[in-house]
Design a protein around this ligand. Structure first.
Ligand SMILES: [Zn+2]
Length: 495
């Protein structure tokens, strides 16, 4: 079949067959060959059809492999039915009708309609039932296999991430070129209502809700030719666009590769303003210092999957990590506090489950990280009860908060100790609401401060943390909890 492939390619190059244009990158698609299954695309014209038949005939003369025209189908897209019938009659092939199937997958139907999946589902169910029968006959009980809903969800997400990995890795493959031509070069930015955009949004979402660490795919820069300067994570643990956002917005060429920004061993940016201002200049200096540490080589850039020791993607490693971060199915119901913002509720939920991406948790799912010590004090392993209770900064904040609340709250060193205490605490609903609000704000602020250190974008200063706790908890209770407060009173006596 390689012969047919070459014959088709040269017919397209000599413009005998036009093929079809896909997307916006001038990508011309003329044929797909899988085993002995061949699909040929071209613009609708008698000449193109004649040349296609010629190529098939030449292929037969050279290889001796005859393509049975009478078993082939001619499909017209956006073409009058009569024309299709007439062209088909002229060549001796059959008229094809949509929807049809290619390699068992339905083509020409809207896959957003549930009903259109039924044929595929039926096919899988029939395979599954025989598979199940096989397993049962071998005497392997399902209950011991750990086959639960959670892991199926993780498995599905892991498979979607495989698309992302292959998109980055196999950039020369035809399918990647087709996708890029339609949806753009940047994986994360595909939008709209299409299967591909849905895959992208599911992958993006996995990072958003913390099921996978955002820097799970890292880059070892070689020449920087295939690494996007702002979007890819090639230095630090987040993209430069997210860490130096102001500079990113000022850059005229946001999608440049690293190599394009390196000129004669120096760095080159084109800013949208002539004067970028002193604050941005400082940022630029910081960024420059960081990227000047990177060693460039003449070899290709390589992508590293952080969850496997050999650095290559495996569905299993992605699935395990996602599973670890998913809510266990037997977890009791989680309280949702209306007076706290959504992101804080999610944070609290993950905090309670001890599923925050802290260093100890990350390393225990097998992620290779440089250090497991607490980024705040650099002394102890960073796990939940240390960062939020035992760490020097945390205990300092707790004692300030304890003094501020004015209740005889004993000192505690873990979340479970706090919960026990809170549940037995005798007070009104409104008082408990305030306590929850203040305590959650404390945890939230600590987390933000910690992330500021880890991700190198410090937004909160240590000396301000207590004030921030007072302010946030006040605002949330006032605006979301609809309790009327007086700010001065709140600062003096919150309970
Ligand atoms: Zn610490």
């Amino acid at each position: 079949m390689e012969g047919l492939n070459l014959a088709m390619q040269s017919a397209v190059e000599s413009q005998l067959i036009r093929g079809i244009m896909v997307g916006n990158n001038n990508l011309r698609l003329s044929h797909l060959i899988y085993a002995d299954d061949v699909v040929i695309f071209s613009e609708w014209s008698r000449e193109d059809l004649q040349y296609i038949l010629c190529v098939l005939k030449v292929f037969f003369l050279v290889s001796g492999l005859k393509i049975n025209i009478s078993k082939s189908h001619l499909f017209g897209i956006g073409v009058d039915d009569n024309q299709v019938t007439s062209f088909a009659a002229g060549t001796g092939c059959q008229v094809g009708l949509f929807p049809t199937k290619y390699l068992g997958v339905p083509i020409g139907t809207n896959m957003n309609h549930v009903g259109n999946w039924s044929r595929l589902i039926d096919k899988f169910s029939s395979r599954l039932s025989s598979w199940k029968a096989n397993l049962i006959s071998c005497g392997a009980p399902f209950s011991q296999g750990g086959l639960n809903v959670g892991s199926l969800k993780a498995f599905n997400l892991a498979l979607l991430h495989k698309w992302k990995w292959r998109f980055i890795h196999c950039s020369r493959d035809l399918w990647v070129r087709v996708i890029k031509s339609i949806h753009g070069e940047v994986f994360e930015r595909a939008v709209g209502n299409s299967p591909w955009a849905n895959i992208v949004s599911a992958c993006n979402n996995t990072f958003g809700v913390g099921l996978l660490p955002s820097d799970v795919i890292k880059i070892q820069v070689g020449s920087g030719e295939f690494v996007r300067f702002w979007h890819d994570i090639w230095t630090g643990s987040r993209s430069l666009a997210s860490r130096f956002n102001r500079l990113f917005h000022l850059d005229v060429y946001k999608d440049d590769m690293v190599a394009a920004k390196r000129m004669n061993n120096g760095w080159n940016w084109v800013w949208s303003r002539e004067q970028i201002g002193s604050r941005n200049f400082e940022l630029l200096d910081m960024m420059r210092q960081e990227i000047e540490q990177i060693q460039f080589h003449d070899r290709e850039d390589t992508w590293i999957w952080g969850l496997s020791p050999e650095g290559t993607f495996s569905v299993k490693s992605a699935q395990d990590c996602i599973d670890f971060n998913l809510l266990p199915s037997n977890q009791s119901t989680t309280t949702w506090y209306k007076f706290l913002p959504r992101k804080v509720n999610i944070f609290l939920w993950r905090f309670k489950l001890d599923k925050l991406p802290l260093r100890w948790n990350l390393s225990s799912v097998g992620l290779e990280i440089n250090s497991v010590t607490c980024p705040v004090c650099n002394e102890v392993i960073e796990h939940r009860d240390h960062l939020f209770f035992g760490c020097s900064l945390a205990s300092d904040l707790w004692s300030k908060v304890r003094r501020w609340m004015g209740c005889d709250m004993p000192i505690f060193s873990s979340w479970s100790a706090f919960v026990t205490l809170f549940e037995t605490h005798q007070s009104s609903v409104s008082c408990k609401t305030r306590i929850i609000s203040i305590v959650t704000t404390l945890l939230w602020v600590l987390r933000r401060f910690r992330n500021g250190i880890v991700f190198n974008d410090i937004v909160l200063r240590k000396c301000m943390l207590f004030d921030v706790i007072q302010l946030y908890s006040f605002n949330w209770l006032k605006h979301r909890g609809h309790q009327i407060f007086n700010w001065n009173l709140w600062r003096l006596q919150p309970l």
